[in-house]
Unconditional design. Structure first.
Length: 318
C-alpha cells in the first residue's frame, strides 16, 4: 500500500463520515455538520480516494458502511474521541465551568425546571455560556456519547459503561384527574388504583411513559389507543376529560386557570430522581460533581435534595 501522509487526513472529514454512519443519510449528516450535502459528499469521496477504500454502499434508498468501511469508521470514532479529550483537557486548564457548556434536559423537565435554574447559574457562574437542548432521554444520551452535549439532566437510573451520573433531587409525582372523575373524590390513593383503562400515557420514547407504567405496576409495552406527544398535550387531554395520568410536581406550576377542569392528588412515595449525566472520559468530572452539589443546594420548591449522592440505587420509586 502506498504511503498516505497524515496531512491528508482531516478531523473534519472523519467527522463527516461518522455523521453519515450515525444517520445513514447524507442529507441529514450534512445538516448536522452545518455544510451542504454536496460539500459533505465531495469530502467523503475525497477521503475514500485517499484511503483507497469505499466506505459506504450507496443507493437511492440505502446508505450503509461496507465491511471495511465499518472497521475504518470505528477507528475514526476513536480518533475523534482522542481529539475531544484533548479539547476537554484544555477546557479544564481554562476553568472547568467557564465558556460554553452544552446541556441537554429531558422534555418532561426542561420547561418547568430551566426557567428558575437560569438566574441561579447566571449569578453563580458568570463566565458560563449555555447551549440548551431538550429531547427524549435516549437521543440525548447518544448526543452525549458523541460529544454533541457535555451534560444531560435525566431521570435516573441511567446505565451505560461510557457514562457517569450523580443524583440531584427527587421530584414527587401527583395524580391528575378530570374534575368529575370518580377517583378525583378520593382522599388518598394507592398506586394500584391507577392502573385502569383511563390511564393516559405519553408516546413511546418518553421516559415518563415508562415511569408511569412502572409506578402503576403495568407491563412496559402496554398498548393505549390515545397517546400524548408531550407533557403539555397530556395535561390538555386530562383537562378535556379523556382520562387521568401521573404528572411530575414541577409541571404543576402556573396551572391556576385549570383549577375547574383538573384535580390533582398527592401520591405517597411516588417520585423520580433527577440527576446529571456526563461522559466517563470527560476530565471535568470533579467540576461536574461540584456543579451537582450546587444544584442540590438550590433544589426547587416541592422537591427533595439527594442527601447521600454516593449511596446508589436512585431511580423511580413508588
Amino acid at each position: 500500500m502506498s504511503y498516505i501522509p497524515l496531512s491528508g487526513l482531516s478531523l473534519r472529514d472523519i467527522e463527516y463520515v461518522v455523521a453519515v454512519d450515525d444517520l445513514r443519510n447524507f442529507s441529514r449528516a450534512a445538516e448536522r455538520c452545518g455544510v451542504s450535502q454536496g460539500g459533505l459528499s465531495e469530502q467523503v469521496r475525497k477521503l475514500e480516494t485517499l484511503l483507497g477504500v469505499v466506505l459506504f454502499e450507496r443507493t437511492r434508498r440505502h446508505v450503509a458502511p461496507t465491511p471495511q468501511g465499518a472497521r475504518l469508521i470505528a477507528l475514526g470514532r476513536e480518533v475523534l474521541a482522542a481529539a475531544r479529550a484533548m479539547i476537554e483537557a484544555a477546557r479544564v486548564q481554562a476553568g472547568p465551568l467557564e465558556g460554553m457548556l452544552r446541556i441537554g434536559v429531558i422534555a418532561t423537565l426542561g420547561p418547568y425546571y430551566v426557567p428558575s435554574l437560569l438566574p441561579l447559574l447566571r449569578h453563580a457562574y458568570p463566565q458560563l455560556r449555555l447551549q440548551l437542548t431538550d429531547s427524549q432521554t435516549l437521543p440525548m444520551l447518544q448526543m452525549l456519547r458523541h460529544d454533541e452535549l457535555d451534560l444531560v439532566f435525566a431521570a435516573l437510573p441511567v446505565s451505560h459503561d461510557t457514562l457517569h451520573c450523580t443524583p440531584i433531587f427527587e421530584e414527587p409525582f401527583v395524580a391528575a384527574f378530570p374534575a368529575q372523575h370518580p377517583l378525583a373524590a378520593h382522599q388518598g390513593l394507592a398506586m394500584g388504583e391507577l392502573d385502569g383503562p383511563d390511564l393516559l400515557l405519553l408516546e413511546e420514547g418518553h421516559c415518563l411513559r415508562e415511569q408511569a407504567l412502572a409506578l402503576c405496576g403495568m407491563p412496559p409495552h402496554h398498548d393505549r389507543q390515545r397517546l400524548a406527544t408531550s407533557l403539555e398535550m397530556l395535561w390538555h387531554m386530562i383537562g378535556a376529560g379523556e382520562g387521568y395520568s401521573l404528572i411530575p410536581h414541577l409541571a404543576l406550576r402556573h396551572r391556576g386557570e385549570w383549577e375547574d377542569l383538573i384535580t390533582t392528588l398527592p401520591l405517597s412515595d411516588a417520585r423520580r430522581t433527577i440527576g446529571l449525566v456526563w461522559r466517563a472520559s470527560d476530565p471535568r468530572e470533579d467540576a461536574f460533581r461540584e456543579f451537582a452539589a450546587f444544584l442540590r443546594e438550590n433544589t426547587p420548591d416541592g422537591c427533595h435534595p439527594v442527601t447521600d449522592p454516593d449511596q446508589g440505587g436512585y431511580g423511580i420509586q413508588g
